[in-house]
Design a protein around this ligand. Structure first.
Ligand SMILES: N[C@@H](CCC(=O)N[C@@H](CS)C(=O)NCC(=O)O)C(=O)O
Length: 234
């Protein structure tokens, strides 16, 4: 599967102009792991969508401009315009997709397995990513940011590896791809960005390798995004 995504104008001052499009619009940044989670879910469910790039870097960060604050008051990506609504928070968005677009389910039927999927999602989305998010790293400072990010990612990965030791089959929970896998793969990319030693996490590495070539994951990869700078594209 190729990407379902088209790019719409990358002019941040025209945000209002794209609000009435016919297919979902994802406000996304190429390297954002939270945007990436949602891109994977959209691709897995084969939902066509447009991408509105929001640069987290340009002009001090387009996420902080007045127009975008109207879209997401937390001044973060992603946000998804869908069904006449604007949704923020990647997990809320993915659950909305799951509940409104049941094709290619991303949660297991079994309630315990569903809880296991949510555990992994929460560890990543609440216990790891927020601590190594851009705004936090800016606050921590250039000198300390690598060590800081490594510390929190390592702490989270220790927990995830342990959780996976009882839940994983081919993927994070059993043998079907779930929301947990949508969260894990982008977080592994972030871990590599901060040069975390991943050798102590063989299950995480195995699942990441398993999914690396999957068309929905490949299409969602930062290097395949319309706003990926040429020097970072594969
Ligand atoms: N809990 C939010 C977190 C969103 C988030 O942290 N997004 C990052 C990119 S992955 C961001 O926009 N950072 C901008 C900033 O820190 O200024 C979600 O899951 O959507």
């Amino acid at each position: 599967m190729m990407s379902n995504a088209n790019v719409v104008s990358d002019d941040v001052s025209s945000l209002a102009a794209v609000e009435h499009g016919e297919q979902p619009i994802l406000y996304s940044y190429w390297r954002s792991s939270c945007s990436w989670r949602v891109r994977i879910a959209l691709n897995l469910k084969e939902i066509p969508y447009d991408i509105k790039p929001i640069s987290l870097i340009k002009s001090g960060g387009e996420q902080h401009c007045n127009e975008y604050r109207e879209v997401n008051p937390m001044e973060q990506v992603p946000a998804l315009q869908i069904d006449g609504h604007t949704l923020v928070e990647s997990l809320a968005i993915m659950h909305y997709l799951e509940e409104t677009r049941p094709q290619r389910p991303l949660l297991p039927q079994d309630v315990l397995k569903r809880a296991k999927v949510r555990e992994i999602c929460e560890v990543i989305a609440s216990g790891v990513q927020p601590l190594q998010n851009l705004i936090v790293l800016i606050h921590v400072g250039e000198e300390k940011k690598k060590e800081w990010a490594q510390h929190w990612i390592t702490r989270g990965f220790r927990a995830i590896e342990k959780l996976l030791s009882t839940s994983a089959g081919k993927f994070c929970v059993g043998d079907e791809i779930t929301l947990a896998d949508c969260c894990l793969v982008p977080q592994v990319f972030n871990a590599r960005r901060f040069h975390v030693d991943l050798r102590p996490y063989p299950i995480i590495l195995r699942i990441d390798r398993e999914l690396e070539g999957h068309p929905a994951f490949r299409a969602a990869h930062p290097s395949n995004q319309p706003d990926c700078p040429p020097e970072a594209a594969k």
